[in-house]
Design a protein around this ligand. Structure first.
Ligand SMILES: Cc1ncc(COP(=O)(O)O)c(C=O)c1O
Length: 487
């Protein structure tokens, strides 16, 4: 902190901090001086009624021009921090504005998302794809056209919606009209928009248990009642959902690759779920978050494909296939929902940002998107294999690690008899990233283990993080066994 003495008439020296966090870097000298004076007044370093130095003197002492000091003083007076008395000078106001006095409010700390090895949600975009994306984005910026200058279609640019409809047909066998596609800022945004169009607060929504806790939180925040429905090897247990909440209005599922367990919803279960939705007049939200990363065998047809977009809302995202910072996701809607969902979108945030839509459409239409997927799929497969092998080998049988045939994460499990607290202890001791499997459960009895990301991390980092975690898993189990013997 740089303290500039001001030799004010009231005090020998006034600490005027011109570099602290209250100062806007790059702002004009008058503004910075104003901010420093405010800070000084608000923090009580000069008291109400005390005189401020004459402008000429303050200018000399701070090195600022006198005009800047006069402007800063004028603003202090206008904002109620100071008052001027003709012939006597400028004084700190008798009463400081209330908002300023509340400056001692608690600091809000926003934890940055984790990105180290084993963290979920990281992606790798191949250097060639970055180069293509830069070129497309640059070309679109140079052409900067009228589409950015006015409000647009709440569903987003038709050009990108056409490209997505083509992608869905070729990659997922899902046939839909570009009019059925809406661009969003990602899956959670899609959920908010579409649910707000078709549900009322208090309505029930089936969610997989275990499941994606972030989507659960979003829906709970919107006021919907979450009905946790257990998952088995065939996916969401529809009969359990029917028993718990037969007239729920919606179900949120990850049928291609259940999050986090990784099971694929079987065809009979898919049909059962769609039958329920038809009977109940409910809608099914299909979160197809990682189908582009299929390593072995062909995926089953999407729920939306089986249902031909009657009762299913299909949700996709470029967060994994390109990169999360794009904040572009999309959904394919049943035709009879287009009008209501479009109106809900217009009421929420009008329409999606237009700047990146063209470049993403170029990636899809040029084949750069598919080429990138092909290359990163290979890298992810290697990372998946190395991670699974390292965990199995180092844990010496403590952890079982089924190798997923799809996606960007895997689950490493202890024997079900182990208390989930052992997993928490090991994760903490290893300083490992990723999630505890128990944290993905809502009501069902949690299994002990970890949900670990292998995408977007260098293989040597994955190996050392996995070795640490597996060693700590063994140690936590051993010490538990020792204390059990002692007891
Ligand atoms: C189950 C699941 N769905 C969707 C997403 C993508 O969400 P978004 O599009 O909001 O980034 C993720 C990201 O990790 C996920 O794990």
């Amino acid at each position: 902190m740089q303290i500039i003495p001001t030799n004010s008439p009231g005090k020998a020296e006034l600490p005027l901090d011109l570099t602290g966090p209250h100062i806007t870097a790059g702002a004009s000298s008058a503004h910075r001086l104003y901010q420093a004076l405010c800070e000084m007044i608000v923090s009580g370093l000069v008291k109400s009624g005390e005189p401020l130095p004459p402008s000429r003197r303050l200018a000399k002492q701070t090195g600022f021009r006198r005009n800047a000091v006069v402007t800063a003083y004028e603003r202090l007076i206008a904002d109620g921090f100071a008052q001027a008395t003709v012939g006597s000078g400028t004084f700190v106001a008798a009463r400081i504005p209330a908002r300023a006095v509340a400056a001692n409010k608690p600091m809000v700390i926003v934890e940055a998302p984790r990105q180290g090895a084993l963290a979920l949600g990281c992606t790798h975009i191949d250097a060639r794809a970055v180069q293509r994306f830069r070129a497309f984005a640059g070309r679109r910026m140079r052409a900067f056209g009228g589409e950015h200058l006015h409000y647009g279609d709440p569903r987003g640019s038709r050009e990108l919606r056409v490209a997505i409809a083509d992608h869905l047909l070729s990659a997922r066998g899902l046939r839909c009209d570009p009019d059925q596609i809406m661009l969003t800022s990602g899956t959670l945004h899609t959920l908010r928009i579409v649910l707000s169009a078709i549900l009322k607060p208090g309505d029930q929504v089936w969610c997989e248990d275990p499941g994606y806790p972030i989507a659960r939180r979003t829906m709970a925040q919107c006021g919907y009642r979450i009905v946790p429905v257990p998952v088995d090897v065939d996916g969401l247990q529809v009969a359990r959902g029917r028993a718990a909440a037969p007239s729920a209005r919606a179900a949120y599922v990850t049928p291609s690759h259940q999050f986090p367990l990784g099971v694929q919803m079987s065809m009979p279960r898919r049909v059962e779920l769609l039958d329920w939705a038809k009977q109940a007049g409910a809608f099914v939200f299909e979160d197809d978050y990682d189908s582009e990363f299929r390593y072995d065998g062909a995926p089953l047809m999407s729920l939306a494909g089986i249902d031909q977009l009657q009762r299913v809302i299909y949700m996709g995202t470029f967060a994994k296939t390109l990169f999360p910072g794009l904040r572009i996701g999309y959904c394919a809607l049943p035709e009879n929902l287009i009008a209501d969902v479009t109106a809900a979108r217009a009421a929420l945030d009008r329409f999606p940002g237009t700047l990146m839509e063209g470049a993403v459409a170029d990636m899809l239409n040029s084949g750069a998107f598919a080429a990138n997927l092909k290359r990163v799929r290979k890298l992810y497969r290697e990372a998946r294999d190395v991670l699974a092998q390292t965990l199995e080998a180092t844990s010496d049988g403590t952890l079982s690690v089924p190798v997923p045939s799809q996606g960007l994460h895997l689950v490493a499990r202890f024997d079900p008899s182990v208390a989930p607290a052992i997993a928490a202890e090991a994760k903490l001791a290893a300083g490992a990233e990723g999630w505890l499997l128990a944290d993905t459960y809502a009501r069902a009895r949690p299994l002990p283990g970890f949900v670990l990301g292998f995408s977007g991390h260098a293989v040597p980092d994955l190996v050392s993080a996995a070795e640490r975690l597996a060693r700590e898993a063994r140690a936590a189990l051993r010490s538990k066994a020792k204390s059990a013997r002692r007891a």
